[in-house]
Design a binder for this molecule. Structure first.
Ligand code: FPP
Length: 278
């Protein structure tokens, strides 16, 4: 948090937004569906790929801001399994941009202690993309600051299928397949994001109210924040606004509010719905 204030000037809008954020209640993990690149380009009569190119700036700014805030993990939805349905030229451009980003950002990632991980079905990536990703993941492995998960060739259903198959395979190797009972802990331990906190805040840009097969297991209790802003226009202010909004939410995780909003333990459920309490 302090590191963010260091680069802001009193009086500028982001300064006020940053001051409004409670450093003790930051989301540990932010996940983002970066949507609207194509529409951003269409509105400017530019080819769709120009929107993807313009999407690199907000990736950089978001990573920097999360690192300066002291956020633990950031997951960015960069390429879904379904994105292979797009024209070849667009898919190739996305790979080029990813490789360009990895090449250009490595020194900054290292300087800022950022650890990069890739989540998804990485075996099906073009070999040069896979090689660059593996290298970046290896180089940043020992960094202990912000963890950036790039979701690439990612699908939430595929992740669950992969996790379940891994649970089965492990049991088979250990000779306990016939008595195996799968529980939540077992699935959890084999997710691509095993060991990381679940996203507290899920941001989607471009106004679409969809989850689009993203982190289906992990977002069970995430706070959703949808903004109409297209991803290439998503600024530091937009991110800070999303965090401010997140901090106003009353998170109950299916229980009762610790802050005393809504139902409280002093107000029996039966009474609330008009059933006489015994
Ligand atoms: C969705 O917009 C965006 C994508 C499928 C790709 C996101 C990629 C980037 C932001 C650039 C590279 C990323 C990294 C991590 C270096 P869309 O094309 O679906 O937009 P539309 O809904 O308006 O068509």
């Amino acid at each position: 948090m302090k590191a963010l204030l260091e680069i802001l000037q009193p009086g500028e809008p982001d300064w006020d937004l940053a001051q409004a954020i409670d450093p003790d209640r930051l989301p540990a993990h932010i996940a983002i569906i970066m949507d609207g690149n194509g529409r951003w380009a269409n509105r400017r009569s530019m080819p769709r790929v120009a929107g993807h190119r313009a999407g690199i700036g907000p990736v950089r700014a978001t990573v920097e801001t999360c690192a300066r805030l002291g956020i633990e993990a950031l997951t960015l939805y960069a390429f879904s399994i379904e994105n292979w349905k797009r024209p070849r030229q667009e898919v190739d451009t996305l790979w080029r941009l990813l490789r360009h980003y990895l090449g250009k950002e490595m020194s900054s990632l290292m300087r800022n202690g950022i650890r990069l991980t890739a989540i998804g079905r990485l075996d099906s990536l073009p070999p040069d993309v896979r090689r660059d990703l593996d290298r970046a993941v290896r180089q940043t492995e020992a960094n202990s600051g912000l963890r950036v998960n790039l979701a690439i060739n990612y699908g939430g259903r595929a992740e669950l299928v992969d996790a379940l198959n891994a649970v089965l395979e492990e049991a088979r190797l250990e000779g306990r397949l016939s008595t195996l009972q799968i529980d939540e802990e077992a699935v959890e331990a084999h997710l691509y994001t095993a060991g990381q906190p679940h996203p507290d805040l899920l941001i989607r840009t471009s106004g679409e109210m969809r989850i689009s097969n993203f982190l289906l297991w992990q977002i069970a209790y995430s706070e959703l924040y949808v903004t109409d802003v297209f991803w290439p226009d998503f600024s530091r202010s937009d991110l800070l606004r999303a965090i401010c909004e997140y901090q106003k939410r009353d998170r109950r995780f299916g229980g009762l509010s610790p802050r005393g909003h809504g139902r409280s333990s002093r107000q029996p459920v039966a009474e609330e719905i008009g059933v006489p309490a015994r």
